[in-house]
Design a protein around this ligand. Structure first.
Ligand code: SAH
Length: 349
């Protein structure tokens, strides 16, 4: 008879071997070992179910049909809870640092599927009624999989209900649509959807942006910035967020930082510097922390608060924009879930 393997007392290499034997991909095993280590010996967790991510980040994989899988992530912070919502299964944009960009577009999500992400998260978080004080989902960002402005009508329909005072009742300041720069749709987004706007800028020259955000070849930086200048509803109280992912040696020089503040000068703007969240096979590395700090200092001195977004949910592969339901990694995380409940227990000594 095979007894379940006890993890207690195994050293790290032995844990690694056990995980790999149970189907955890080699590449992920090291990270899983350190998570187990932390949960068992720092937090005293006694079963896998107790090992939820420490920072409270939660992720849901939803499936509404064969191959129609999409993810939603909840990120709690001290003063708010942000739900990161997907607009498409897959994506057409092929941004080079983005994992979703390696997947083909499967299809647009329907209004029900977009809204459903919010409803399911609220269910799981027991976050009803929507009007209750202290509610958990206080912000919605369209920063999951897909390009929301390529699914305009459905995103518009869903967000209208998210922002309806008699429905989910989030104010338009708390709902943000993030775009890689579908310039012709930006004005319409402002007048017809009316949410806050975030722009995935990521580079300050067309030469670099053409490479990392290929939609730039169609709508170059100057046109994108012009669309931001005229975005309906932008004001100092409602700033446009410029997202800037820090890629080592690609877009993170001091000169880039200076050019960035020049580029957005005159626009009511926030700048979010995002440490690159690497994925297996990614062609980039995250900038060194010291370089991010230098970059941030220039941005700060120019008058932008520029919080460097702390990576959240890395341990559950849930960084916004890194969401994916593509089979390989998905199977891996499903395997991990299975592993958590069963596989290890069945392993022979
Ligand atoms: N298509 C939309 C929304 C999805 S991406 C857009 O491009 O804005 C949401 C954000 O996550 C974008 O700023 C995107 O550039 C960023 N992102 C994608 N992959 C990332 C990664 N690996 N590390 C850090 N940020 C990433």
């Amino acid at each position: 008879m095979e007894k379940p393997l006890s993890l207690i007392g195994l050293d790290k290499p032995a844990l690694n071997t056990a995980l790999v034997a149970a189907g955890v991909p080699d590449k992920a095993a090291k990270m899983r070992v350190s998570q187990l280590w932390n949960w068992i010996y720092v937090h005293g967790a006694k079963d896998f179910a107790a090992m939820t991510t420490e920072d409270g980040t939660r992720k849901w994989l939803l499936r509404t049909g064969a191959g129609i899988e999409f993810e939603t992530v909840y990120i709690p912070e001290a003063d708010r809870g942000t739900l990161c919502v997907s607009s498409q299964v897959g994506c057409t944009l092929t941004c080079r640092f983005c994992h979703t960009g390696t997947q083909k577009l499967v299809r647009n999500l329907t209004p029900a599927e977009i809204l459903g992400q919010v409803l399911i998260a609220k269910d799981a978080l027991e976050d009803w009624p929507s009007t209750a004080p202290g509610r958990k989902v206080t912000n919605v960002v369209m920063m999951g999989m897909g390009e929301p402005l390529y699914n305009f009508d459905n995103v518009k329909a869903a967000l209208a209900i998210v922002m309806d005072g008699d429905a989910l009742a989030l104010s338009k300041r708390r709902v943000t649509l993030s775009t890689a720069g579908v310039v012709p749709m930006i004005a319409r987004a402002g007048s017809e959807i009316g949410s806050s706007l975030a722009i995935s800028l990521h580079a300050v020259t067309d030469e670099i942006r053409d490479q990392i955000v290929p939609i730039n070849k169609k709508y170059p930086i100057a046109e994108l910035i012009e669309a931001c200048r005229t975005y309906p509803g932008a004001s100092n109280a409602r700033r446009i967020t410029f997202e800037y992912v820090m890629l080592k040696g690609v877009n993170d020089s001091i000169a880039d930082a200076r050019a960035l503040v020049k580029l957005v000068a005159g626009i009511p703007a926030k700048i979010n510097l995002i440490p690159f969240n690497a994925w297996p096979g990614a062609p980039y590395e995250c900038s060194d922390w010291s370089q991010i700090e230098k970059f941030a200092e220039i941005v700060n001195k120019a008058g932008y608060a520029s919080p460097v977004r702390t990576p959240r949910g890395r341990d559950i592969m849930a960084a916004c924009g890194q969401l994916k339901s593509e089979s390989v990694k998905q199977r891996a995380s499903e395997r991990m879930a299975e592993l958590q409940s069963a596989e290890l227990a069945r392993m022979p000594h």
